[in-house]
Design a protein around this ligand. Structure first.
Ligand code: SAM
Length: 672
């Protein structure tokens, strides 16, 4: 259903730098790809302040910013991040306490982390901000990378070509930093498509500023409705351009929804008080994302935080990607990268998780050839994903392995139950133990009928209670499948062999945590019983023997009985959608959709120009299956960004891919 196919899932060529002395004798980074400098070491800072910060009148505008949504700055060419760090400093100096700032920047040739650190070392007074950026600096992979810089400031790095990335952006900008090397050195970026995408992603009244006065830039901007004027440039540059756009001209306004009007987002409204139903990883990460934005949150669970599928002592954090890139894989790879950054921010001491690395073994020829096809089709950075042979895998795991496979050096394991408890107890979140028995709309908000007889009023509601997510009338039509899963645990004696990585084959085995080895899990669709079964322990033990025979042998020699009776464990239910991607977004009014789009059953090309109707203020984050650690935190950001009227942390085709109404349209088209 995507109109714009996304570019390949791939790594990006890093920036190639030469550290040259500039005309003041100080060393400054020069791009050998473009033969141009990123900034002048001597006065680069002052130039940024003059051209971009003052050119967009930021000190005055930020001081006056009282809107609930964040002020949004868009940029072409992130480079060393100097412009954005200066904008952040300007925001801190001028904006009122409740204001928030959202930075969106594109970059086709990301700097290597070391180069970034070296470049930013030139500005000691930006050091603490630079340090936060460097710590979270993403892998050089095409796509959107969200970095929560601090409680009030978020940076979305859109890695890839500026025009392409801004065309995929779901969000609107208040002020543009039109950077990038000079048009004479980088004609490929200053392309008509770039200006069209900028106009389409501009708020009415959005401003821009740029160091260049090149004709191609003036014509490009004017052609899409920006008014420009020449203003004094910095230093030796006599002139630069600044200006604004009243509103995108009709032809330029976003046309993408012509093909999928049902996915048009509901109009923004004040966030108000949000009730989040369910305190597993979907609900607790959702509550956290909203609370970080200053939204009042009540988090409800019928049992306790992490009582359901997210309650295991130890769970693995990894994804399984399709050999041929599809939107499902794109989303999960983005989700994995986001979760790793998020966990590092949340728990830098690694008490709730460990980036131990994950090995996904190719246990048979078929899987080996699937992995080989994947690696050939997806040139991703080794720091994120790499092919390893049995010898390399064994060295990494610290135990003999009979197979090679894929290594995810940055992935690992989490303590999901402890993480849910930690998040639920976080600042700005009121946790309440109660089962939500009913959900009714009233006066533009929602009434939650609780099993203790009380009612709770909320302006908006996020349904995040996994298998019970479709128990409410509004969500009853969303297909969900329940899957029973049991993990097994064995207590290890002192001196028992240790696994250094998570190893996955048919199941997974995690490095021991506090002397306990966790492995599993069984996968039984439509089985809703959660009592522990010996047969499931036996199945997990058999998988452990198959995947890690050397470990099993060594454990036996250390006196560990590999028998069901010796195992402890936990069984829980996960919920999955038919296409195995989560539901994350606004809840569609299914009856209204079926009526408005009934014609699709006869002719799928006759798309009615009717925007999709949604239950106002009702959202869902569910169907995370057994990969919730990789998917839920990013889905939480996605929904929180929608609720708070911010740019989204995913390209719009992926936002559509996760839309809870996708099956309704599919079923209509298939005449089901
Ligand atoms: N704003 C930067 C800063 O504060 O350090 C300096 C930007 S530097 C002069 C230009 C940047 O644009 C480089 O990082 C370059 O890799 C990037 N760039 C060049 N062509 C691009 C394109 N087509 N799409 C996105 N970024 C591009």
């Amino acid at each position: 259903m995507s109109v714009t196919p996304l570019p390949p899932l791939a790594g990006l060529e890093p920036a190639r730098l030469d550290w040259r002395c500039d005309d003041t004798g100080e060393s400054a980074p020069l791009s050998t790809q473009f033969d141009d400098v990123y900034f002048s070491r001597h006065d680069g800072r002052a130039e940024t302040e003059h051209v971009f910060v003052q050119g967009n009148d930021l000190p005055r505008r930020l001081a006056a910013w009282t809107a609930e949504r964040p002020f949004v700055i868009g940029e072409t060419g992130f480079g060393t991040g100097l412009n954005m760090l200066c904008a952040w400093a300007c925001f801190d100096a001028h904006a009122p306490a409740g204001a928030r700032l959202h930075l969106v920047s594109t970059e086709r040739y990301p700097l290597r982390r070391d180069d970034l650190a070296r470049a930013l070392a030139a500005w000691p007074d930006l050091a603490s901000r630079a340090e936060r950026l460097i710590r979270q600096w993403p892998h050089p992979v095409a796509g959107v990378h969200r970095l929560p810089l601090d409680e009030r400031v978020t940076l979305d790095l859109h890695f890839g070509d500026a025009a392409e990335r801004l065309t995929l952006l779901e969000g609107q900008v208040d002020a543009w930093f039109l950077d990038g090397f000079a048009p004479s050195k980088n004609p490929g970026m200053w392309h008509p498509e770039l200006f069209t995408a900028m106009a389409a992603a501009s708020r009415p009244g959005a401003t821009f500023a740029t160091f260049t006065c090149a004709g191609v830039v003036k014509r490009g901007l004017a052609g899409v409705g920006f008014a420009w004027r020449k203003v004094p440039g910095y230093g030796r540059k006599r002139e630069m351009l600044a200006g604004e756009i009243a509103a995108p001209p009709a032809g330029v306004a976003q046309v993408r929804r012509q093909h999928t009007p049902w996915f048009s987002p509901p109009p923004p409204r004040p966030a108000g008080h949000v009730a989040v139903i369910g305190a597993g990883i979907a609900g607790t990460s959702m509550a956290r994302a909203l609370a970080r934005r200053g939204v009042r949150v009540t988090l409800l669970d019928r049992e306790a935080p992490g009582a359901g599928g997210s309650g295991n002592r130890q769970g693995v954090l990894y994804v399984k990607l399709a050999a041929e890139a599809n939107d499902h894989s794109r989303f999960y790879l983005a989700g994995l990268q986001y979760t790793l950054r998020w966990l590092e921010q949340l728990d830098p001491g690694h008490s709730l998780w460990s980036p131990s690395g994950v090995l996904q073994l190719a246990m048979n020829e078929r899987e080996a050839s699937r992995q080989a096809r994947f690696l050939a089709a997806h040139p991703l950075p080794e720091s994120l994903l790499d092919g390893v042979d049995a010898e390399q895998a064994s060295a990494a795991a610290g135990i003999d392995l009979a197979h090679g496979g894929l290594a995810y050096p940055a992935a690992g394991w989490v303590r999901p139950g402890a993480l849910c408890q930690f998040l639920a107890a976080g600042p700005g979140i009121e946790y309440r133990q109660a089962e939500v028995a009913g959900l009714a709309q009233n006066d533009g908000g929602w009434q939650l009928a609780l099993d203790d007889g009380e009612t709770l009023a909320a302006d908006q509601v996020v349904i995040a209670n996994a298998g019970a997510a479709n128990r409410f009338a509004a969500t009853a039509a969303l297909p969900l499948q329940l899957v029973r899963g049991q993990v097994s645990q064995l207590e290890l004696p002192q001196g028992a062999p240790r696994l250094a990585r998570v190893v996955c084959g048919g199941g997974y085995v995690a490095p021991a945590l506090d002397g306990m080895l966790t492995f599993g899990a069984t996968f039984l669709p439509n089985d809703t019983d959660t009592t522990l079964r010996e047969a499931d322990h036996a199945a997990n033990l058999a998988e452990l023997e198959r995947e890690l025979p050397a470990l099993a042998q060594a454990l036996r020699e250390a006196g560990v009985a590999l028998e069901p009776a010796a195992c402890q464990g936990r069984a829980a239910l996960r919920a999955a959608s038919p296409d195995k991607s989560p539901y994350a977004g606004p809840v569609p009014d299914v009856e209204a959709w079926r009526a408005a789009y009934a014609v699709l059953a006869k002719d799928a090309s006759r798309v009615p120009a009717v925007p999709g109707r949604h239950h106002p203020g009702l959202w869902i984050s569910a169907a995370h299956g057994s990969r919730g650690m990789a998917s839920a935190p990013l889905c939480a950001e996605l929904i929180a960004s929608r609720i708070c009227d911010e740019p989204l942390p995913l390209e719009w085709p992926l936002v559509d891919h996760l839309h809870p109404g996708r099956r309704v349209i599919r079923d209509l088209i298939r005449n089901r």
